[in-house]
Design a protein around this ligand. Structure first.
Ligand SMILES: Cc1ncc(COP(=O)(O)O)c(C=O)c1O
Length: 451
């Protein structure tokens, strides 16, 4: 069987919350000013109460509202596909499966959380949402969801992506959103960054600060984040919950589960429903993949840190390169984030998940191989997972083992063709920060509460 589909009736009716199954609890987030544990009211200027409750919930299952299920039906359930042509090209005895999230209207997994976030904001009377976007996938997704629930959307897009991806901007406009390059002149923080460095190409940390400032200053506006937070990871578990049913139909169960990690949401979405099995004794090898240019899990420090550059977010415990770290302008814009979801950081620290980092050029080699075998042109972010799946399949060949490899193909790369052109023209570069470069960023966590 090449593709395994589910019917709409098989869609999950609840999200899975891994917090209920963790043996040790993650440390509490702290208020950025008082540095005391955060209460729900501290988050109220930013998020609707329903999402704050989800953020702090320890319930194992949280029901998906019907209107959200209807919204997700635009493209869900997404297919599980066996990468038979890739297996053949690699001459591997391994079976390689991928869950394809590029079938959503925005082209990635991000609408899985944009739709519930827009829904809960609408329910609580919010008129307008502000957000940041790196690669443009999240901004597009929130624009789509805003349109669905009649909310205005303002997107602060990291300047390097704003320049690299003009059609992402067109897409957001098609769904009615307003987009500005970040750092922008629309916020106090953006103006401050530009005054210090007019050529600043932006980072997710800066764009998050701008979007938060926008939300905090307006009564009609709340903020939406496309990754990192517990409730975002929760919404993404529809990916893994569907995959479990599809793998059952295929008659296989995964030995190795792979996803790329920027803030951690698509990896969590696929992995967390299976991680529950590992916590209960199953033997599964989980691999979270990041770029060597922004090596948060593999070379970062586990510490309390801010999620944004202007120090407006709560302090959370995570692997971090420091909130002032400016990642190099690699084409996987969605993986250029200084931090990592606290829940992903926690399961890595507990030894449940292993982290790996790959260079940009080897990642594009894997992307090109995938495009030429399976036909799908992957997003540069997702191509990190492909590279890891290829490596796992080669390991299986060398060991003569019939492993079952499962990875998340988080999005397509149709708006990333300038990156592919640069790769085919031999113009792509690898970037590996030196220890000194990293130490500069990480030192920004000194003076913050210790873990
Ligand atoms: C296609 C794609 N995959 C992965 C990511 C990384 O985000 P996360 O780690 O939250 O899934 C992004 C972020 O923009 C993305 O666009």
């Amino acid at each position: 069987m090449k593709k395994i589909f589910l019917s709409e009736n098989d869609m999950p009716k609840s999200w899975y919350n891994i917090v209920a199954d963790l043996k040790t609890a993650p440390l509490p987030p702290l208020h950025p000013g008082t540095q005391q544990p955060l209460g729900p009211e501290d988050l109220a200027p930013l998020f609707p109460m329903a999402l704050i409750e989800q953020e702090m919930s320890t319930e194992r299952e949280i029901a998906i509202p019907e209107a959200v299920q209807e919204g997700l039906k635009l493209w869900r359930p997404s297919p599980l596909i066996r990468a038979t042509a890739l297996e053949k090209a690699l001459k591997t005895p391994a079976k390689i499966y991928f869950k394809y999230e590029g079938v959503s209207p925005a082209g990635s997994h991000k609408p899985n959380t944009a739709i519930p976030q827009a829904y809960y904001n609408k329910q609580e009377g919010v008129k307008r949402l502000s957000t940041e976007t790196g690669a443009g996938q999240w901004g597009s997704s929130l624009a789509l969801a805003g349109q669905m629930f009649d909310l205005e959307v303002k997107v602060y897009m990291v300047k390097v992506s704003f320049i690299q991806k003009p059609y992402r901007r067109s897409m957001m406009k098609s769904w009615g959103a307003e987009i500005v390059p970040s750092p922008s002149t629309d916020t106090e923080f953006g103006r401050k960054v530009l005054a210090e460095d007019p050529d600043n190409t932006g980072s997710l940390g800066i764009a998050i600060s701008e979007a938060i400032e926008d939300a905090v200053k307006r009564d009609d506006t709340k903020y939406a984040l496309g990754s990192v937070l517990n409730h975002v990871l929760l919404h993404q578990t529809v990916i893994g919950l569907e995959t479990k049913k599809q793998m059952e139909i295929a008659g296989d169960s995964p030995d190795i589960i792979i996803g790329c990690v920027g803030g951690g949401s698509n990896f969590a979405g696929l992995a967390f429903p299976y991680l529950r099995d590992k916590i209960n004794g199953a033997d599964i090898d989980f691999r979270a993949i990041e770029p060597t240019a922004c090596p948060t899990l593999t070379r970062g420090k586990f510490a309390y840190d801010f999620g944004d550059t202007a120090q407006m977010t709560p302090l959370v415990t995570m692997y971090t390169l420091g909130h002032t770290f400016m990642p190099p302008g690699i084409h996987a814009g969605g993986l250029r984030y200084h931090g990592m979801a606290p829940l992903i950081s926690h399961v890595v620290r507990e030894g449940l998940v292993d982290a790996y980092a790959y260079d940009q050029v080897e990642v594009f080699d894997a992307a090109a191989l995938f495009a030429r075998t399976e036909g799908i042109i992957p997003a540069p972010e997702s191509a990190h997972a492909i590279k890891a799946a290829v490596n796992a399949a080669v390991e299986a060949r060398e060991a003569g083992e019939e492993k079952v490899i499962l990875f998340n193909l988080s999005g397509h790369g149709h708006f990333d063709m300038t990156a592919y052109d640069a790769y085919f023209d031999g113009k792509l570069q690898d970037y590996r920060p030196t220890d000194e470069d990293l130490q500069k960023g990480i030192s920004a966590t000194e003076g913050l509460p210790k873990v």
